[in-house]
Each structure stands twice: as C-alpha cells, then as structure tokens.
Design a protein around this ligand. Structure first.
Ligand code: NI
Length: 171
C-alpha cells in the first residue's frame, strides 16, 4: 500500500472521462488499497481514481462519523439511474484546494454499480451519502464541483488558483 499524490485542479487528467473497470484482479485490489490509504491520510470522505491519475470508473468513500468504525465503500462503474428532490449543502474536494461552496444535488438517488469484486449493486442513497456519490461520480465524467457554481464564482477561483500556482513556481 502507498499514499499516492492527489492531482489538483487544473490538472487535465481530472477532466477526462474515465474508462470502465473490467478486470477485478490483483491490480485493481492494489489500486483500491492505495486509494483508501490516500483518502484516509488526506483526510477525505471520498476519492475517485482519476484524482490519483488513474482514469478508471472507480471510487471509494467512507461516510461514517469519526466516533464510528470506519466503513469503506467501493463502487466500480457507478451509474446514477434515478434522482429525486434537491438539497443544497457545502462541498469541498481534495483536488480543488482551499475552496468550499454550496452545491445543489439530488436528495435521493438510485445507484447501479459493482463492488470491489465485481458483484452488481443496486441501491438507494439519501442525504449526505447521496451527495458524496454524486460528487465522486462527477469525477468519473471529468466534472468538478466548481462546474456547478456560477460562472463568476468559478472565474474567481480560477484566477485565485492561477495566482497561487505562479507564487508556488516563483518560490
Ligand atoms: Ni472531489
């Protein structure tokens, strides 16, 4: 297991559409282990494979509270087949540094996916769990949460990030 580097906006890999997982063998299991170590180390509640530079339709999350036992959820080839209601809440992203913002999402979704072994899953998710899934599934389509903000807010972030990267390069 190893902690992998988390790619940050505007890295172009974050914008690619990820390819389907077809092989659930050792390589995938190692990737999942690395992703879990990276996510818990960050720490974050969710991580999609493209965020560590692997353009595969794979995401992991742990939405338990700090006091609870950790529970890693692994979703391969996830698809949001139904969505209803709406909910606005604050989001952040390990790939979008120093920004949180309110994002509108479905309150309840139906998800079709496969687990880490390739077994088909079909379930309903609500509230915070549903939000994390929607955020992570976006990553697999090259979408970031900033794409859900107003163009003004997005432009402001882009500018701030550009400045920050220029400063990093200069120092
Ligand atoms: Ni994210």
């Amino acid at each position: 297991m190893a902690i992998r580097e988390i790619l940050k906006y505007p890295n172009p890999t974050l914008r690619k559409k990820a390819t389907q997982v077809t092989d659930f063998g050792d390589t995938l299991q190692e990737l999942v282990a690395d992703m879990a170590e990276t996510m818990y180390d960050a720490p974050g509640v969710g991580l999609a494979a493209p965020q560590i530079g692997v353009s595969l339709q794979l995401l992991i999350m742990d939405v338990t509270d700090k006091e609870e036992e950790p529970e890693l959820i692994i979703l391969a080839n996830p698809e949001i087949s139904e969505g209803e209601g709406s909910d606005i809440d604050e989001e952040g992203c390990l790939s979008v540094v120093e920004l949180t913002a309110k994002v509108k999402r479905f309150a309840k979704i139906r998800v079709k996916a496969q687990d880490g072994e390739g077994t088909p899953l079909d379930f309903i998710a609500e509230d915070w769990f549903a939000r994390v899934i929607q955020h992570e599934v976006d990553h697999l389509n090259g979408t970031l949460f900033i794409d859900h903000l107003s163009s003004l807010k997005r432009a402001m972030y882009k500018k701030k990030r550009k400045k920050q990267l220029a400063q990093e390069q200069a120092s």
